[in-house]
Design a protein around this ligand. Sequence first.
Ligand SMILES: [Zn+2]
Length: 193
Amino acid sequence: MPTVLADTVLERFRRVGALLEGHFRLTSGLHSPGYLQCALVLQHPEEAEACGVEIAGKVRDLSPQVVLSPALGGIVIGQEVGRALGVRAIFAERQDGKLMLRRGFSLAPGERVLVVEDVVTTGGSTRETIEVAHALGATVVGASAIIDRSGGQQDVGVPFRALATVSLPTYQPDACPLCAAGQPVVKPGSRTT
Ligand SMILES: [Zn+2]
């Protein structure tokens, strides 16, 4: 069952050309020959909705009362998960480098929070988003993502459930064979074509 679901998710990425190959600098700072561009899936509302429904089905037992996502990557899928669960969806964003709630968003002490992202690589931004909720006294019941591209290696300190787990290779910049071969590195999304 999980395998079937994962295949379905990856098939969705293939279908819309969201699995890119080359030499990429990920948000985590790591380099990789592959990149899953979730925005290319989520631009299609019916695909975004389907991902949201599938994530909701995997986390409903955690009884979340609110979805919290880091901007920008988590906003669209967070909204869809919130819709599917019938709870509100809010996002945290950076101000002066620090992730925080803005725009009048709030969390009540003890409120049950589910952190939702598009892709988790090292878990760094997920942990940072969890910290935002903890600092406000909320209870983080779990975290979820469309893609876990750590190959299941990350540990975010709360139950973590992804629709698909993939293990595309990642390299520290100073140990990257693509850099060593002189291939220019690009930040995904920095090119418009
Ligand atoms: Zn490199």
